[in-house]
Design a protein around this ligand. Structure first.
Ligand SMILES: C[S@@+](CC[C@H](N)C(=O)[O-])C[C@H]1O[C@@H](n2cnc3c(N)ncnc32)[C@H](O)[C@@H]1O
Length: 239
């Protein structure tokens, strides 16, 4: 059956079946629809926080379907030994890139249960999340369209082309308050008028994410068309 007539829900379901991650199918469908229907804005798509590629593949499917060229996927892509256990039993990681140390999940740490259930077993299949991500991209023939960057967001934006702009930014990185504020601040200058931000884990279990969205987005006067979709919140930059 051609891609055009095959229902997107079943295409997404089969595409992400073997990709570890947390985004449920209904939210992936929303993400696809948003990326698909905002393709007329011309800018690229940015994903901050890609893990093994579950949401990146779905964004890539939308980008490919619309002829939009790139989904930039920025992640520190931690390897097994980058993780450490904190005194309270939760987990964080830090990654060394070009002699610089980047810490993640220091403020909002990862609870022990999801770490042991979802994160630790992954390293029995792949040496690192970048290898898992690359496998997902290859399997779905999205090389050239879905591009990983092993970096933090600030390093990534320092190296973009002068005409780099975004129709959609999906923010799903560190869930601490200061980290999310910084991510919004960093992405904002590149967001096209009418362009979208999607926040993962909004108004669910992460106070840092909620407070950052309230301070930087909802009360800023710069955004409109707010819509919460279970755990994801979509907002558009004002026209
Ligand atoms: C919840 S996972 C992303 C899940 C992915 N969007 C999906 O749907 O499968 C969060 C990701 O953010 C990355 N991350 C955390 N802090 C980061 C930071 N400061 N810079 C870049 N990536 C970061 C982690 O490595 C992890 O892969």
């Amino acid at each position: 059956m051609s891609h055009v007539t095959q229902p997107i829900a079943s295409r997404i379901e089969s595409a992400v079946r073997d990709i570890p991650g947390w985004s449920p199918l209904d939210q992936l469908q929303c993400l696809f629809t948003l990326a698909f229907s905002s393709a007329h804005l011309q800018g690229d798509i940015l994903e901050l926080g890609s893990w093994c590629g579950r949401s990146a593949i779905v964004l890539g499917m939308a980008a490919q379907a619309t002829g939009k060229v790139k989904v930039h996927c920025v992640d520190l892509f931690p390897e097994k030994n980058d993780w450490f256990r904190n005194a309270d039993g939760t987990y964080s990681f830090s990654v060394q890139l070009n002699g610089v140390t980047f810490g993640a999940y220091q403020d909002q740490t990862v609870w022990e249960e999801p770490f042991l259930r979802d994160i630790a077993p992954l390293y029995e299949r792949w040496p690192g999340t970048l290898e898992a991500f690359n496998d997902s991209v290859r399997k779905h023939n999205l090389e050239g369209c879905v591009i990983p960057y092993r970096a933090d967001l600030e390093s990534f934006v320092r190296n973009v082309a002068p005409d780099f702009c975004l129709s959609l930014a999906f923010i799903d990185g560190d869930h601490g308050f200061h980290a999310v504020c910084k991510d919004i601040e960093t992405v904002e200058p590149f967001l096209l008028s009418g362009g979208w931000i999607c926040f993962d884990d909004a108004f669910s279990s992460y106070n840092g994410v909620n407070d950052a969205i309230r301070d930087m987005v909802i009360h800023s006067g710069k955004y409109e068309r707010f819509q919460q979709m279970t755990r994801k919140l979509f907002v558009a930059q004002k026209l």
